[in-house]
Design a protein around this ligand. Sequence first.
Ligand code: TXA
Ligand code: MG
Length: 318
Amino acid sequence: MIKTGTDIALAAHYIRQGELVALPTETVYGLGANALDAIAVAKIFEAKQRPTFDPLIVHIADMEMLGKLFLSPIDPLVFTLAKAFWPGPLTIVFKKTDLVPDLVTSGLDTVGVRMPSHPMALELIRTSGCPIAAPSANLFSQLSPTRPEHVQKQLTNVAYLLDGGSTNVGIESTIVAVENGETEMLRPGIITPEEIALVTGKMPLAHGQSNKIVAPGLLKHHYSPRKPLYFTDSGIKDHKHKGLIKWTFNNAEIDWVRTIVLSEKMNLVEAAANLFGALHAMEEDERVEVIYADKLPLEGIGIAIMDRLTKAAYQYNV
Ligand code: TXA
Ligand code: MG
């Protein structure tokens, strides 16, 4: 068991010592280390069994930290985005300084940075006095953690788990790259391309459109529960013990052993917040052998939810 509590001073002490701390953010729990200490960062890859081609997001608490990480002069678009969405669930990818270890960025000349809005995350970064590199606090390719128990289930070599209860956004940050005055979407999240266009005056390019920005780590198979996952619209096979993750209302036509509704009110924000909790519950429920999930509408935040679900179900739906 990882030592757990709400002692931010102790957590900051571990960060300064080069140890790992799991911390709550408003999106999902992160597995944090001092972003400027390559040896501490190496421990993240080890604990997660994460391949080193997959770069980490660096978390900051104020704009002063930003200047040290990004190469100056910083593109004004970075400030426009930061002003509109930070603190909050937006990661901005941009050219980095030599201060950022290559391990953090997988050797890329860019770094992904975000200022989380969770008060415990902000206080931990401030008290540690350094930016914190943190991927989601799960084993590589498995389900992202939205509660401290989800971190306990997957990780062991962590000095301290900062308990902030359930995270409220529930899916990982939107990632946008900035280059030559253009933005490009790298990962969908709760902040949509339309919202980004409202502040930049221009729709971001779709992922892959610029051919210049590399986004490693965005694998087709990711976020997976340790049980088969199928979509209900491709037909219900004759599995014996089926669990169902429903978009809304519960119809009881088939004898599901467990049903979880993502949002009775058909609210996509609520569905996003409940998504990983539902997948973890199905993974943990011994009665459930196979998981089925409804597809959600591909609009607004539904796009980010379907991105995660499609990756979770990838190996069973090809
Ligand atoms: O909400 C979140 O973003 C959470 C919390 C903890 O902040 N973190 C998170 O990190 O989801 P992670 O490691 O699971 O996903 C990070 C992804 C990488 O897989 C990669 O696709 C992208 O961010 N990324 C990071 N730095 C990048 C860079 N320099 N260039 C392109 N993509 C980058
Ligand atoms: Mg992750």
